[in-house]
Design a protein around this ligand. Structure first.
Ligand code: PGA
Length: 240
């Protein structure tokens, strides 16, 4: 594991964006999976700026959405699709055919899983995956003690995930189910980057990185990943 502890959120975001741009420049045509959530928003801003400065071409790679709230579509504030499209793909003018989303409004979620698996396979598997870490140690919607099936699946959301979800929405949404790329598929990514900021994440970061790997803390299962980079701000790193 390569660990970077940066001064603040801004510096964390810049460092992670530089790592991603470096990967893109060296691996045109690769497939990237970029997490939603609040943590990566600064990374997206930096990547877009780097593209404007001629330092990276974000249209030289492909993208797979990490996860989605089942029942939410682009129109819903807080859907992963809206967050990513509005904060990254549209602003970066990424061609729509380079991105595959889960459709949270689809009637057949199994079919959505198989479509994503096909997209992953057709693009040679994941090259780089950027992940935030949930307050319960989840990555994507790989919840504590969840499935270790290969591929993609739907999950019953953990209580902490449901509680935390309110911060993304502009009204009360009783989310119960998520659809996600499974952690084994994410683990097969050639490179994985974890990012986290803020003191509220410090305890789960400590568990994820330094306690024995366990399915109760899904992020901890990546300790053995052959190419894991962790970028933290000082607050999130205060217990490591
Ligand atoms: P956050 O979400 O980036 O909004 O903290 C992380 C997560 O729950 O995976």
């Amino acid at each position: 594991m390569q660990l970077f502890i940066e001064e603040d959120y801004e510096a964390m975001s810049k460092k992670a964006a530089e790592c991603i741009a470096c990967f893109i420049n060296q691996n045109p045509g690769a497939l990237l999976c970029l997490a939603g959530g609040n943590t990566p928003l600064g990374v997206f801003e930096h990547l877009i700026q780097m593209q404007q400065d001629g330092k990276v071409e974000l249209n030289s790679v492909y993208y797979a959405e990490l996860d989605e709230w089942v029942g939410l579509g682009y129109e819903e504030v807080g859907s992963c699709k809206q967050l990513l499209a509005d904060n990254f793909y549209n602003k970066a003018q990424i061609q729509w055919e380079r991105v595959h989303y889960f459709d949270g409004l689809a009637t057949d979620m199994e079919a959505e899983c198989r479509l994503m698996e096909r997209w992953l396979a057709d693009h040679g598997g994941l090259g780089l995956t950027l992940l935030g870490i949930g307050m319960n140690g989840h990555i994507g919607f790989n919840e504590p003690n969840g499935s270790d099936a290969r591929g993609c699946f739907t999950v019953q959301l953990d209580e902490i995930t449901k509680e935390v979800s309110a911060k993304y929405f502009n009204k009360v949404l009783p989310v119960e189910t998520g659809i996600t790329i499974g952690w084994k598929e994410l683990y097969s990514s050639k490179e994985v980057i974890f990012i986290a900021n803020g003191k509220q994440k410090a305890p789960i970061i400590q568990k994820s990185l330094y306690e024995a790997p366990t399915a109760t803390v899904p992020a901890s299962l990546f300790q053995t990943h052959p190419s894991l980079t962790v970028v933290l701000d000082q607050e999130a790193a205060c217990k490591v």
